[in-house]
Design a protein. Structure first.
Ligand code: DGL
Length: 289
């Protein structure tokens, strides 16, 4: 029997809309509820325990709205909180790390993959572990690039400021003169990566600039398409598919609705018009919307 309940998504802000966009393409009959925790963005510089707490509050809220599955459309929350979320909830939950890691492992030919992500994601080593699970012979270079999320949240996707920030973030992985200082293993000169994984759901919005800095020899991969495919499999496995001809899509933000609308409009045109405010109170407290 068809299940028309929505799929729930959450991220610290607008970045997870990149995953939602791919899901709408891949699963056009599914209704969705997207929760952007813009009030508390960014998650990346925060301690793990705080990110886990925020992730639980977001999923609590989605579950109360009777979602049939949850997509953690945030690498930071996927990297540090996915295990705890799956322990707490019976609803099926998909993260973005494993699908992106698989796609990157399949893409590389020289077995050198770079990952750019938030500090918390890099600290977790979740990508390192997931890519090594796919192919232990791949060298994984993880690089924390905290400058990029605030640019996207501000709707800044191009121009000299963005180009400079992207260059600082990506060049250390290319095997050129700038050394990669925060990697466990350094990249040897002339032995740069051939695959760059965008380990943050905000980064695909900077794809054009990232591709131009990385150059034609580097494949730039993100988790969005692979995550939408994983969600499709999950829905099939659980027999949760919808047969709706006019699915509904609702976006909630803990931050400023006008700012969310403006940024989502700049980034995605009129794809996400139904934005409403939501208040999330700490776990165990009362919440309203
Ligand atoms: N978009 C998120 C991620 O994929 C969060 C970025 C942040 O809040 O720091 O990691």
């Amino acid at each position: 029997m068809a299940d028309r309940r929505p799929v729930g998504f959450f991220d610290s802000g607008v970045g997870g809309l990149t995953v939602l966009r791919e899901t709408l393409r891949r699963l056009p009959a599914e209704s969705t509820i997207y929760l952007g925790d813009n009030e508390r963005t960014p998650y990346g510089p925060r301690p793990d325990a705080e990110v886990v707490g925020f992730a639980i509050e977001c999923v609590d809220h989605l579950v109360r709205r009777d979602v049939k599955a949850v997509v953690v459309a945030c690498n930071t929350a996927s990297a540090v909180a996915l295990g705890e979320l799956r322990r707490r909830y019976d609803v099926p939950i998909v993260g973005v790390v494993r699908p992106g890691a698989t796609a990157a492992a399949l893409s590389t030919r020289n077995r050198r993959v770079g990952v750019i992500a938030t500090q918390a994601t890099v600290r977790s080593r979740a990508y390192f572990t997931a890519i090594k699970d796919e192919n232990p012979f791949i060298e994984v270079y993880e690089h924390a690039t905290p400058e990029l999320v605030p640019l996207v949240e501000a709707g800044l996707l191009a121009g000299p400021e963005v180009e400079a920030a992207v260059a600082r973030s990506v060049r250390p992985l290319l095997g050129g003169p700038e050394p990669l200082t925060d990697a466990v293993f350094p990249i040897r000169a002339g032995e740069g990566i051939d695959t760059l994984l965008l380990g943050c759901t905000h980064y695909p919005l900077l794809q054009e600039t990232i591709v131009s800095v990385a150059g034609p020899a580097v494949a730039v991969i993100d988790s969005a398409t692979a995550t939408a495919s994983t969600l499709a499999s999950l829905i099939e496995i659980h027999g949760l598919g919808s047969d709706a001809t006019s699915p509904r899509h609702l976006q909630l933000t803990t931050g400023d609705v006008a700012a969310f609308r403006r940024t989502a409009g700049l980034l995605f045109g009129d794809l996400f018009p139904s934005v409403e405010p939501v208040v999330i109170t700490p776990v165990g407290g009362r919440e309203g919307s």
